[in-house]
Design a protein around this ligand. Sequence first.
Ligand code: DON
Length: 567
Amino acid sequence: MNGKTLPCYFLILFFLAVSVVSCDIFKRNELPPSYHNGVVVTAHPEASAVGLKILKDGGNAVDAAVAVQFALAVVYPNAGNIGGGGFMVCRNADGSFASLDFREVAPVAAKMDMYLDDEGNPITDLSLRGQLASGVPGVVDGMVKAHERYGKLEWTQLLQPAILLAQQGFPITTRQAQELNGRKESFEKHNPAGTALVKAGEWAEGDTLVQPELAHTLSLIGQHGRAGFYEGEVANRIVDEMARGNGIISHADLKNYEAKWREPVVSTYRGHRIISMPPSSSGGIALISMLKSVEAYPLSKWGFQSDSTMRVMIEAERRVYADRATHLGDPDYYEVPQAMLIDSGYNAERMRNINFKHASFSSDIYAGNLLRIESEETTHFSIIDEENNAVSITTTINGSYGSHVVVDGAGFLLNNEMDDFSVKPGTPNMYGLIGGKANAIEPGKRMLSSMTPTIMEKDGKLFMVVGTPGGATIMTSVFQTILNVVDFDMNMQQAVNAPRFHHQWLPDEVLVEKDAVEDRIRHSLTTTGYKLVDRNSIGRVDAILVLPDGSLQGGADPRGDDVALGY
Ligand code: DON
């Protein structure tokens, strides 16, 4: 070996080492199973089993989704719910598609300054905990409308599994035991009459969580449909619960709540069609804007989380989140410039000033303040049935266990979704997201969401169903999962597993999961103006990919207890 070959030898060793490190990321769950009839991916094994059973009993993807939504309200009470809201994107086997907005709305008595003190400063936690934090729940009307339009099985049959799980109980996971123990004090404070979520001692893995009051509420919904929730006994209990705190949801708010069918936001990315959620979620527009922003760059050639790939993706995320803060809100109250925001030319123009040698400054893009992200929980599920009908639903009560208020006698948690409004222009919400006029509180208005249930097509055929929880990180997680499949050639499970990062314009920092971004790339980024901040885990993507032979491959996020089941 002479002096010239030695450096070459080390260079080869170095690249081998790097490729071993990066291959390791993708090798986990290398070959996920594929199925030919249907797949259900949810955040909890019991809910996935419910969805699968409905499919096997002859239900379609929407039937399974309705049953899963109610089952999650029982087995995943931190985010699954009937006291919150969500969004559905669905695509039928014949290629038609639709989206349903069952987001909560501000009660009629809500006021723009309702969370501010006399000096105009936000009152800590007022939009987050207790009865005043809740918007009018939308889930039950959403499920009724989805079932009316697409359901095949009887409504009561779809409620039955959830009722049984609540009546008979189910074994909680380790993670759930820890979460419930961690919130015991707050549950006791907000629910002086007691709740099934609090037990005398500590919860442990395998303990049975029985929820008889929730079972009763679910059976009323089973018997009476929407009236079982928005009128009668349950409505009375919600209004009584409001009176126990300083809540403002009235009988009229409940009776008038309407989930809305909306035209999905549609675009393309490298020949794939993207069908996603329009406002009142910012998710679909932001996702498409990010995809359009990076489309001109050779990401596949550059590679997963390579230096150039990272720079382009971060700068796209920064610009899109700046737009979100100004331009997005409930379209029934604010004119959203949707066509501009998803336009290829507009996004390409926004990316023109990126510099591969140095980070942009968020303060140069738009002005604003900053705050840290705290505890969060939402849930997403993806379903494809035998005929290839597909459903993508993200649903939430916002923070983990929402407002921490369980409606006394009715056994379900109320959301703290009011915090998703901009309580004061420029003041960040719990996810550090800021907003202004577009997302100010107004009676009857929907608070802006980040939820991004999405369906993709390739060559006119169903290709992927995807979505995730994660507050502000939802849009970037869905964005990255799509790139992982389309640009970096990963299978569904690898794409879900792959480590993530997130930039949301403000604060001007890149949140990174601990496995994300090789050290040498981290070094290159931090020495050129990017502030990288380690964070535990970002998102919990549950997705399904349709393989070229038509079989279905699930991707359940290992960051949670998520499970993909198929047959
Ligand atoms: O609608 C939204 O964007 C938020 N309420 C979502 C909250 C969330 O994803 C919490 N998740 N982990």
